[in-house]
Design a protein around this ligand. Structure first.
Ligand code: F6P
Length: 516
């Protein structure tokens, strides 16, 4: 994590420069669990957060100055009294882009039961199709309700009737409902950054009705892919009797809930394309990439980077590398896997167990297959700053993005955007949302260890001409969808047609083992 340059703004003071966004729209009030910065003890000690959601949302304020972003202030307060006190003197700061960050305080108990509990032990596994990993606890639910109400109250204290409120992600699914209960009658949008599972899985959740009703208090609900949107629509229809109305607009299904009409859309998120491309072209990052390559001699670098999470398929990937080396001993010493794992959710036992599994497998595989002067897996358990990350993207011959399930996955897009040299091969799981819009990757089912090993093998041996041809097919879809365009499309739902991004036709899970 790096430190950010920030400008302090007195609590409660809103920068009201809500001047012209490039598309003529005013900046929305964004509400998310995390802010791009944890608001530290003093504004100058604010720490930058990493994560897909904040990385995608931050650039939108460059074209929509004067916005307000409300989220957890990053501190863990000891008790309810300190939360009450913090609410009276809410922390705020302004970024150079003009957006004001406004903090919502959370206590130790909130973190334990809302964030670690309901968000990450119950909702996260269910939304990612792992209901068997879910822990459903009534006290966690009670705390989730309470914290969602707190977020809504902070928004209500600052919103004007003419404001537009954009709520994000699974941590805050009740906020739209509480905003309505609090009397807000203006436009509310909701975006879910995770997958949404089919109704047979979602119905496992004891609070499925409350969650659906919470989200459906919005005017528009958006997802990364048509599959997630349709799963949500099916769940709303079968579990709470909402009536879908299809064909009203391209790429949109409307849901009639009581007397309300809610738009449900599929809008794949984009990345800060310009930021990644300009870093990739910078001499400093290119020099760093050369140093990384030099450290591995003439061996190919196979690169993976993700947050510690069982959805990311990290252990499965390590086992596929082992399988490849055992099946083809001649590959020994010809490549090195550089695997970055960003620490995450260490208070949740499932995540601690997974960290132990990764540590053990890296040690075992290196111990069994390494030789003097070479180990197959180079493991880093820390976050990389963006320059370091792009240098690794440039140094890699192959990027492995092989989650078992992932809402979108921004690493794949970042890798493609960074390859301004049109080099590198992307091995991509068919269970990452982004695989629906990318054509040119080596596509693989990460549950099939043999297929995954074969895909890595094919990527390593791929002739330069084919690598370039594939990267040339990959880049247009990523470059055409910067985060700012994604935001504009989200905020246009229900006001004008969405338009379409080039999509890869859906393919079945079958097909050749090293299917592309
Ligand atoms: O995938 C959705 C998402 O909100 C990401 O944007 C983010 O990286 C992650 O889930 C949540 O991470 P954390 O628990 O660290 O906030």
């Amino acid at each position: 994590m790096s430190r950010g340059r920030v400008v302090a703004a007195p609590a409660g003071e809103r920068t009201l420069v809500r001047s012209g966004a490039s598309d003529g729209a005013a900046a929305p009030i964004v509400v998310s669990n995390r802010l791009p910065y944890d608001l530290g003890a003093s504004p100058t000690s604010a720490r930058r957060n990493v994560g897909g959601l904040v990385n995608a949302l931050e650039p939108i304020f460059a074209t929509r100055p004067g916005g307000l972003w409300i989220g957890w202030d990053g501190r863990t307060l000891p008790n309810a009294r300190s939360v009450e006190q913090a609410l009276r003197q809410a922390r705020a700061m302004s970024l150079p882009s003009g957006v004001t960050l406004c903090g919502v305080p959370l206590s130790e108990r909130d973190i334990a039961r809302y964030y670690n509990g309901l968000c990450n032990r119950a909702l996260w596994p269910v939304l990612h199709d792992f209901p068997g990993r879910g822990v459903f606890d009534g006290d966690d639910w009670e705390r989730y309700v309470r914290v969602n109400r707190r977020f809504a109250d902070v928004v209500l204290a600052r919103a004007k009737p003419s404001d537009r409120i954009w709520v994000h992600d699974y941590q805050l699914m009740l906020v739209p409902r509480f905003l309505r209960d609090g009397g807000f009658a203006g436009r509310i949008d909701f975006f879910l950054h995770t997958p949404f599972p089919p109704p047979e899985i979602f119905r496992v959740l004891p609070w499925r009705r409350e969650i659906l009703e919470g989200v459906l208090a919005s005017d528009a609900v958006a997802f990364h892919t048509p599959r997630y949107r349709d799963n949500f629509v099916d769940s709303a229809e079968t579990l709470i009797g909402a009536a879908p109305s299809r064909g009203v607009a391209p790429d949109r299904v409307d849901l009639i809930v009581g007397t309300a009409r809610v738009h449900a859309a599929a809008i794949p998120i984009g990345i800060d394309v310009e930021g990644f491309q300009s870093l990739a072209r910078s001499p400093a990052v290119q020099a760093r990439a050369r140093r990384i390559r030099a450290a591995h001699g003439d061996r190919s670098i196979v690169f993976g980077a993700e947050r510690l999470d069982y959805t990311k398929g990290i252990v499965e990937r390590l086992l596929a590398v082992e399988r490849l080396l055992r099946a083809h001993p001649s590959l020994s010493e010809s490549f090195a896997v550089v695997q970055v794992v960003v620490p995450s959710r260490h208070a949740v036992e499932e995540y601690r167990r997974m960290k132990r599994d990764i540590d053990r497998e890296v040690g075992r595989i290196n111990g069994e297959l390494g030789v003097d002067g070479w180990e197959p897996i180079h493991y880093r358990y820390r976050a990389l700053d963006r320059g370091e990350l792009v240098a690794h993207y440039l140094a890699a011959s192959v990027a492995l993005v092989t989650p078992l399930r992932d809402g979108m996955n921004l690493v794949a897009s970042e890798f493609v955007a960074s390859r301004v040299d049109e080099g590198g091969v992307l091995v991509l799981s068919e269970f990452a949302g982004v695989s629906d819009i990318l054509d040119g990757a080596v596509r693989v089912n990460p549950n099939d260890s043999q297929a995954l090993a074969a895909a890595i093998h094919a990527a390593l041996l791929m002739p330069v001409r084919e690598r370039t041809a594939r990267m040339r097919r990959l880049r247009p879809a990523v470059l055409a969808n910067p985060a700012t365009a994604w935001a504009a499309r989200c905020l246009a739902v229900g006001t004008r047609p969405l338009g379409r991004l080039a999509a890869v036709p859906a393919r079945g899970a079958g097909g050749p083992r090293n299917a592309t």
